[in-house]
Design a protein around this ligand. Structure first.
Ligand SMILES: [Zn+2]
Length: 458
């Protein structure tokens, strides 16, 4: 089954063409089209999403993750971030993504800004989704009514299976719920779930987690028992653990013993606002407790690194410390598998060195293809020349809307095709090498890495 042939044709210009008229390059050109065809026929294991449950999408819009149910919802998330970066005022995109505005008003709000973002990775992913799912080339004055009708027509019971497996060409997704610590999904084989350790260690959510576990959390020992409960209850069903604490702090987790953390916890549990250094020490201790539990359950540890979602709030200096902070974790937890998410962009060069040096570090390209498609192509080429190929996970959409995964998957396939073809053309690998790498990079590495996927295959 060719997952993307239709999309790639519809997208136009998907295939890099710079060398196609050079007669001396006849052989590489045919290798390029052969690799592209193989990649279009090969499914991804999608290692990172935030997709909300289908039953939620079939209901009424209710919260920030599902703010409206019309064509503008396709802009929710990253495309909105680029619109804000291009200058769209906050009150305008609030209106654009609000359930109250009509679709004509929404087009009038979008139109002055759309031209500036339609060619970024985020904008292209949105357009490729629209092309693939609704057979419309772009959002225009002429098309937005039809896109709206086709958007509504698609949202039916069972449509996640069609969109994700049938069109995006993914075997399974790994979902980090932004609502639950562990989401008891309607589709456990399609939407495998991460266990979120953020509320356990980063500004711990005492009330929520004590309520769900039915255990008290007044002392550190009790809080450890609450964390234990989540691992005991969900650890065997989870595919990995996930933390995005890097949005708040560095990844420099010191080894703080329980004797030092216990009095800090008791003050925090009583509602005291701890000074920054004491809060860091407490979080350091709790993070390490969670990592040890994940290792005990053989769950890989996915850590957000690099670029921030949103706009107007990214301290690059802190991000630049991610690779060296990860060195300490990798060295101090040699039995833990760390998954460095988003290639640490824009510090991906240092992440190559990290992955090359530490046997327990894997790099995940989730989200990276649309943050910077060109840098991602270069990254794959550099990675394969410098780092063992079993340590790269090649795709995660990182979206809340299932539909948006489609456009991102087209970009990822295009980028992977370009990277492998250029490695062949430049004489670094043979076409046969590339043909071996395709299934390995698109699903094989993930199936070897995640015990939950191995169990599903058995
Ligand atoms: Zn994410």
């Amino acid at each position: 089954m060719d997952f993307t042939a239709k999309q790639v044709t519809a997208a136009g210009g998907c295939r890099p063409t710079g060398r196609r008229h050079n007669e001396k390059r006849d052989k590489p050109v045919s290798a390029r089209s052969g690799i592209e065809e193989l990649i279009n026929q090969t499914p991804f294991v999608d290692t990172h999403e935030h997709i909300i449950e289908e039953s939620v999408r079939l209901g009424e819009p209710a919260d920030g993750l599902y703010s409206c149910n019309d064509w503008a919802y396709l802009l929710w998330g990253y495309t909105r971030d680029d619109l804000a970066s291009a200058g769209m005022p906050e009150q305008v995109w609030h209106r654009l993504l609000n359930v109250g505005a009509d679709i004509d008003e929404k087009w009038r709000l979008l139109e002055p800004y759309w031209r500036y973002v339609r060619h970024t990775g985020y904008g292209q992913a949105t357009r490729l989704t629209i092309q693939s799912l609704y057979s419309e080339e772009d959002i225009t004055q002429d098309s937005y009514h039809r896109i709206h009708e086709k958007y509504l027509e698609l949202v039916r019971p069972g449509y996640y299976e069609h969109v994700l497996r049938g069109v995006a060409g993914v075997k399974s997704c790994q979902v980090n719920s932004l609502v639950d610590v562990f989401c008891k999904t309607e589709y456990p084989d399609l939407l495998m779930q991460d266990l979120s350790i953020v509320p356990m260690h980063s500004q711990p959510e005492i009330e929520n987690l004590c309520s769900e576990s039915g255990r008290p959390g007044d002392t550190l020992e009790q809080w450890h028992s609450v964390i234990d409960w989540f691992f005991e209850t969900y650890g065997l069903d989870a595919v990995a653990v996930k933390s995005q604490a890097a949005y708040r702090r560095r990844l420099d987790y010191a080894d703080i013993p329980p004797e030092q953390a216990a009095p800090l916890w008791e003050r925090y549990a009583r509602g005291e606002c701890l000074p920054a250094d004491q809060m860091k020490a407490l979080e350091d201790h709790l993070f390490r407790y969670c990592i040890n539990k994940a290792t005990e359950y053989k769950l890989p540890v996915k850590l957000h690194t690099g670029y921030y979602a949103g706009y107007g709030n990214m301290p690059l200096e802190r991000l630049s410390d991610n690779p060296s902070d990860m060195c300490l974790l990798a060295a101090q937890f040699p039995d833990t598998r760390f998954i460095v998410m988003h290639i640490g962009y824009p510090y991906q060069e240092a992440m190559l060195a990290l992955a090359k040096h530490y046997p327990n570090v894997t790099i995940d390209m989730c989200w990276a293809w649309i943050i910077n498609p060109a840098a991602s192509v270069r990254f794959v080429k550099d990675f394969l020349k410098g780092v063992p190929s079993n340590k790269l996970l090649s795709f995660g959409g990182d979206y809340v809307l299932a539909e948006q995964v489609v456009g991102h998957a087209v970009i990822a396939r295009r980028g992977l095709s370009q990277a492998l073809a250029e490695l062949i053309e430049d004489g670094w690998i043979s076409e046969e090498d590339a043909r071996e790498l395709v299934p390995q990079l698109m699903y094989g590495n993930a199936e070897s890495l995640f015990p939950r996927l191995q169990a599903a295959l058995a």
